[in-house]
Ligand binder design. Structure first.
Ligand code: GTP
Ligand code: MG
Length: 244
């Protein structure tokens, strides 16, 4: 049985100061609005309505934390993040995305991996590129090519090859996995679970060797949840513009 099947709702975070202060590994689901983040969480965790999925883009506006691990105490969190690139989003919503999801994805020390949902019919878009540019360079990324049920076999294979070429160019030498994925056809579930479980296992080993001390993430010291980053304006990692 996958540890992901133990997932349960933990908390909703609307502002960075509400982020959990416990030192547990976190795995974030990020991607364009409507790309299938919430649906992917549900199917990977075998829970029908754990994360809210919706036909209406922009449904998820806060960070939703789901605890995983046997027993009462969580051993890690899956985090559903609001989508970006929702065309009708007003400027205020875009600013809110930068301040919350952008900052979280760019700076959270507890992050051990990011699952990026990419619609297999659109491939990696400009906003996905920006997001990838924000993430710590050594953070592992799992790209789910979602809604692959909407493509025929040949198109699916072409999308897979094209996405790999795009991503290798964007994150050369990085820890990157690409999986054709479909919630409706239940494609790619086992592979995706295996990658995420691998990250969690690695995080556990890391903890066994770690002493206390500052939060060190892949060799970089980054702010913890209790610290406010020095630059709060639109610059999660390197000053580039926000995806949204
Ligand atoms: N055919 C098909 N539809 C899917 C698949 N995954 C998600 N969808 C549909 O796509 C729509 C958006 O899915 P969500 O999971 O809500 O997308 P999201 O990325 O969480 O969206 P936001 O929270 O707005 O950023 C819903 O209507 C889902 O049912 C898939 O694999 N195949
Ligand atoms: Mg969602």
């Amino acid at each position: 049985m996958s540890v992901l099947f133990t997932a349960r709702f933990h908390t909703t975070v609307a502002q960075t100061r509400q982020l959990p202060r416990v030192d547990l590994p976190e795995i974030a689901f990020a991607g364009r609005s409507n790309a299938g983040k919430s649906s992917a969480i549900n199917v990977l965790c075998q829970r029908r309505r754990l994360a809210f999925s919706s036909r209406t883009p922009g449904r998820t506006q806060a960070l939703n934390f789901f605890a995983i691990g046997p027993g009462e105490e969580p051993s890690a969190f899956l985090v559903d993040t609001p989508g970006y690139g929702y065309a009708a989003a007003p400027q205020a919503v875009r600013g809110a995305w930068d301040a919350l999801a952008g900052r979280y994805l760019g700076q959270r020390a507890a992050l051990r991996g990011v699952v990026l949902t990419v619609d297999s019919r659109r491939l990696v878009t400009e906003l996905d590129r920006k997001l990838l540019g924000w993430l710590a360079p050594t953070l592992p990324v799992l790209v789910l090519l979602t809604k692959s049920d909407k493509l025929g076999y040949a198109e699916r294979m072409a999308a897979y090859r094209a996405a790999i070429a795009q991503l290798e160019e964007l994150r050369p030498g990085a820890d990157l996995s690409v999986i054709l994925f479909s919630v409706t056809d239940r494609v790619g579930l086992e592979q995706a679970r295996a990658v995420i479980e691998g990250w969690l296992a690695r995080a556990r080993q890391g903890r066994a060797h770690d002493g206390s001390g500052p939060a060190v993430h892949q060799g970089r010291v980054v702010p913890t949840a209790t610290e406010e980053p020095a630059d709060t304006e639109n610059s999660p990692a390197d000053g580039t513009e926000a995806p949204r």
